[in-house]
Every structure is written in structure tokens, then in C-alpha cells.
Design a protein around this ligand. Structure first.
Ligand code: GLY
Length: 392
């Protein structure tokens, strides 16, 4: 229990994010410390990609701490991140007879964390949730801050449209435990994809907490790509600290654009969401078989687009854009792709992003040196310059 934690400072709903090597074996005692003596059961929602040994470590730890652990699992994709999946998990949970004080525990990547969090937010009108993220992306972003939810598919021109995270709730976890040892079994592409969120944090870090994460990433890129547990622990802690400060300052993302707040975490995402669900786009223009993009790959492209948009608006100099591109490239992330539709279609897709408030496009744009701001209704020609910058 001696591993230092990052605190998400939200008053009586505050919690610790514990990051380190071997921490999964301590989840039971940490949850017991967070919840006290009343709870006797735990319902674990497991990502089907997580190796059985990690599932056993977690359930063993919960059992030792007096939580009779039961599990359910599903194979997470954006397609199955639906109300129907949440309902199936809710039905399995209800079948256990779990009580209001008993926790739901998510063991997996961002999709499992979002669905399990949504289940916990709605079962018996809200039960505690514990997040045990198993991907870089979930460790540095999705598991912290209490956003939960599922996608909606609605009819649109030319077929169904997937509206990401359209149904959900804010439901803060009571604890987050990230075990960097779990990353050893993660496919390389997934690790790289998660690192895009770390670059995003580096691009807003000075505005939020004064941390120079950009220089740290540039210095330690090789150790990170080699999944050195010490480097991963440091990176996840630094990244989570930035996210925790953003969440503590603006929990429900309601700060005005002039302040920025939690919305700054959407840097790269409005551009990214416009291309992420396009079929047939590969992160490697020379290898179409790698399509479709992973979320982090779309975010990496979104970061490049945001830099180009900022540059057109005179908000950053070329040196910062070059640093961002160089770091993304070094981390094996795409900076341009082939086969994107025309700007008209992409602008329309950006207009459907949920970061559009009352018909006004709000873009987070970098200002250089780890600073960013929210810009309302940017000049469309600057947005198009952003989109053009990511065409291979
Ligand atoms: N991933 C952005 C947020 O949690 O606000």
C-alpha cells in the first residue's frame, strides 16, 4: 500500500489514482480502505482481451479483502459499446443480488471502463465503481474523471451514424488502480495509440499544471516504447496528474471557453472524431490493411490538424508544430493519412461532434510551449487548413 498515489481533488468525492508495478494485487485492500466495512461483494466487468492471470490476481485480491468477487466479460469494440451491452451487464449484476454499497470493478480498456462506469451509475441509482485500467489510454485518460457512457447508432444519410458517448453520466470512481505490468501483454499498436493522449496532455500541461511533459516525453521516448515499468509508471503518473487537475478545476466541463477547464482535454478530439469512424482509413498510407484507425491514431492526426489550424490563425509558431509532429512520428503515430473525404464532409462530421455547443464549433487549439485555449467559431478556412495538413 506504500505506492504513492495521485489525488483527484473533488472534496468528499475525491479519490486516489494508484500507479505502479504489481498494484493489481492490492486492489482489494484499497477498495476496502475507500468503502469501509459494509460491502461484502464485488462485481468485476472484465475486458475479454485481458489475460486470465490478471483477472485472477484482481479477483484473488478482492476475495482476500472480503469481497466475494463475481465476474462478467465482453469483447470491447465501439460497435458493442451500446445500451444493449450495458443492459446485459446490468442483468448479470442484478442476478447476483448485489447491494447498494457493493462496488462494480472495471478491469480493461476505455470501453469496458465506460460501460462498467455507466452500469455502476445506473444500477440501484448508483453504486461505487472502481477503475482498473489495462491500456495506456485508459490509464492516462478514460479511467480518471468520472465520464461514463455508451454510443448510440442513429439513422443518417447513407446509413447508420455512430454517435460516440452520446448516452452517459458523470460518476466518479472511488479508486483507480493502474498496474503497469499489465501493459507488457498489450499489442504494440495499442500502446502507441495510448501515447497520443500523453502527447495531448503535454500540449496542454503548462496551462493546467505547469508541468513540462513535452520535454520529458522527448527525453524518455525510447524507454516508454520499450515499456520500461519505471518509465511507464512515471509517464502515467505525470499524465494522470495533469488530467486530475483539469477535472478538479471543472468536473462537469462547464467552464466558459475563456477559462478552458476540462474542455482543454478535448484537444485533437473534434478533428479526431470526424475521421475516427470513417471506414477504410489506415494509419499507414502504404498499408491499407491496417484500417480502420484506432482512437489514439485519430487523436494523433487531430493534434497535427489542430496545430495547422492554430498556425493559420497565427496562434503558434512552426517550431512547436514541428516538435509535436516529430514526437508523434517517433512514437509511431500517424501524422497524415490517405483516402480522407472532402473538407465539406469532414466539416459536417465535426459539426456533429458533441463539443459543438448550441451550434457553435468550439475547438481546442494549441498556443505552443504546452499551452492551449478554447476557440469558438474559428475561421472555417483555418479549420480546412488543419484538415489539409493531415492528407497524405
Ligand atoms: N477524455 C476527456 C475527459 O475526460 O474530459
Amino acid at each position: 500500500m506504500s505506492t504513492p498515489a495521485v489525488r483527484v481533488r473533488l472534496g468528499d468525492r475525491g479519490y486516489d489514482v494508484t500507479v505502479g508495478s504489481g498494484t493489481l494485487a492490492s486492489v482489494g485492500e484499497r477498495v476496502r480502505a475507500a468503502l469501509g466495512d459494509g460491502a461484502t461483494r464485488a462485481f468485476v466487468v472484465v475486458d475479454a482481451n485481458v489475460p486470465g492471470e490478471h483477472v485472477n490476481t484482481l479477483t484473488g485480491s478482492l476475495d482476500r479483502a472480503g469481497f466475494g468477487a463475481q465476474t462478467t466479460s465482453f469483447d470491447p469494440t465501439e460497435k458493442v459499446k451500446t445500451i444493449a451491452t450495458a443492459q446485459r451487464v446490468l442483468e448479470s449484476l442484478a442476478a447476483t443480488g448485489q447491494d447498494r454499497g457493493d462496488p462494480v470493478v472495471a478491469l480493461g480498456g476505455g470501453i469496458v471502463g465506460d460501460v462498467a462506469g455507466f452500469v455502476a451509475a445506473t444500477y440501484r441509482r448508483g453504486v461505487p465503481v472502481v477503475q482498473c485500467p489495462t491500456t495506456v489510454l485508459a490509464m492516462v485518460d478514460a479511467s480518471v474523471g468520472g465520464k461514463t457512457g455508451v454510443n448510440l447508432e442513429v439513422p443518417g444519410e447513407g446509413g447508420e451514424r455512430l454517435l460516440k458517448n452520446m448516452v452517459g453520466s458523470f460518476h466518479q470512481p472511488v479508486a483507480v488502480v493502474a498496474d503497469v505490468d499489465v501493459l507488457a501483454s498489450l499489442p504494440d499498436r495499442h500502446v502507441r495509440s495510448g501515447l497520443a493522449e500523453c502527447v495531448k496532455h503535454a500540449m496542454i500541461a503548462q496551462t493546467i499544471s505547469g508541468e513540462d511533459l513535452m520535454s520529458w516525453l522527448e527525453t524518455n521516448a525510447d524507454r516508454v516504447l520499450g515499456r520500461d515499468p519505471g518509465a511507464m509508471t512515471e509517464l502515467v503518473r505525470k499524465s494522470v496528474a495533469i488530467k486530475a487537475d483539469a477535472v478538479a478545476s471543472d468536473e462537469r466541463e462547464t467552464a466558459p471557453s475563456s477559462v478552458g477547464g476540462r474542455a482543454l482535454l478535448n484537444l485533437g478530439h473534434t478533428f479526431g472524431h470526424a475521421i475516427e469512424t470513417l471506414p477504410g482509413i489506415s494509419p499507414d498510407p502504404a498499408d491499407p490493411s491496417r484500417a480502420p484507425l484506432h482512437h489514439g491514431e485519430a487523436v494523433a492526426l487531430g493534434l497535427v490538424a489542430a496545430c495547422a489550424c492554430s498556425a493559420r490563425l497565427g496562434m503558434i509558431d512552426a517550431a512547436w508544430s514541428d516538435r509535436v509532429r516529430a514526437l508523434l512520428g517517433r512514437l509511431g503515430l500517424p501524422v497524415a493519412v490517405a483516402g480522407l473525404p472532402g473538407n465539406g464532409e469532414l466539416l459536417a462530421r465535426m459539426g456533429h461532434d458533441k463539443k459543438v455547443r448550441a451550434g457553435v464549433l468550439r475547438l481546442v487549439l494549441p498556443e505552443g510551449d504546452g499551452r492551449a485555449q478554447v476557440v469558438e467559431d474559428p475561421d472555417p478556412s483555418a479549420v480546412e487548413a488543419g484538415l489539409d495538413a493531415i492528407r497524405a
